[in-house]
Design a protein around this ligand. Structure first.
Ligand SMILES: [Fe+2]
Length: 303
């Protein structure tokens, strides 16, 4: 066990992270109540006009694929349902809060490219597989790598060492984290979200997004965690140079674990880049270069 207790304590201190935005805390409180009304939720979201505007842009984007424009939060709630709007609002507000803490020394573009790819792929996989947890999948995807931000905030020298070892050796990030810290960014992120009192299934999916801890889950939590784990594998493929073998492995995992068929998966992968770019524009975060699916298929054909 190489974990340095002091380092782990400094990483997992909640004050390394932004305080939970008041609007998110209030939305989460409403989501736990049985008799929340459309008006109550709309009023809370509209206390943050920037959040309300981003939420409307998202529901009008190609990710949602609606046939006519939604112009108000109330209309969004009527059409999409309370839970969908709650979850999307929470996801966007959290992404905003995390983003404001990221500055020099952290690969901002790679972080958002991977987070957004995980979010949009998880949402699409959940919908294609007929799970009723598409927005939870989106939120979990957005915050999967929150633990990396925590490591960087609490122990920047450890973050730097992990990145250097990953580049030099090609080993998995989670293996290196386990060697250096005794735990992974997945576990750290899930634990932090539990302290923020996000829904249990989202926290569990974040803890399990690299495959560890999946065996501990069952029912809806397992279904959500499987989708997020598969999405994280697909996101990795979209965040590196075109790699036909990596694409094959991620595709096989999606088909085996989420009941999406190969044709559905092919259609879904064709849309990833567009959805990621749209969502990045809404959140005003840079994502840098992103290989598209066609380029990956071309690389596979040439291999
Ligand atoms: Fe991760």
């Amino acid at each position: 066990m190489n974990a340095n207790i002091n380092i782990v304590e400094s990483i997992t201190r909640i004050d390394n992270l932004p305080s939970l935005p008041a609007v998110v805390a209030e939305i989460l409180r409403l989501s736990r109540s049985d008799d929340v009304s459309m008006e109550q939720l709309a009023d809370v979201i509209q206390t943050d006009p920037a959040l309300a505007a981003k939420l409307l842009r998202l529901v009008n984007s190609s990710l949602f694929g609606l046939s006519h424009e939604i112009t108000s939060i109330r209309q969004a709630i009527t059409l999409l349902g309370l839970r969908t709007v709650e979850m999307v609002a929470v996801g966007f507000a959290l992404a905003d809060a995390i983003g404001t803490r990221i500055d020099g020394g952290f690969d901002y573009e790679a972080f958002w490219r991977r987070s957004l790819a995980t979010a949009v792929v998880a949402r699409m996989l959940a919908r294609k597989a007929g799970l009723g947890l598409a927005e939870e999948a989106f939120v979990a995807g957005l915050v999967t790598d929150l633990g990396m931000v925590a490591i960087w905030q609490g122990a920047p020298e450890i973050h730097k060492a992990i990145e250097e070892l990953r580049t030099q050796t090609g080993r998995d990030t989670t293996e290196i984290e386990t060697d250096l810290l005794g735990l992974t960014h997945a576990r750290i992120g899930g634990d932090l979200l539990r302290r923020w009192e996000l829904p249990d299934a989202i926290c569990a999916a974040v803890s399990a997004h690299h495959g560890e801890e999946l065996a501990l889950l069952e029912g809806d939590s397992l279904a959500l965690a499987n989708v997020v784990h598969c999405a994280a594998c697909v996101a990795d493929v979209f965040c590196q140079e075109p790699d036909a073998d990596a694409l094959d492995r991620a595709s096989a995992k999606c088909i085996e674990r989420t009941a999406v068929d190969p044709d559905q998966l092919h259609e879904l992968l064709r849309l990833v880049e567009t959805h990621v770019r749209e969502t990045a524009a809404m959140l005003s975060v840079p994502i840098g270069q992103m290989p598209d699916y066609t380029a990956m298929l071309d690389a596979a054909a040439e291999a």
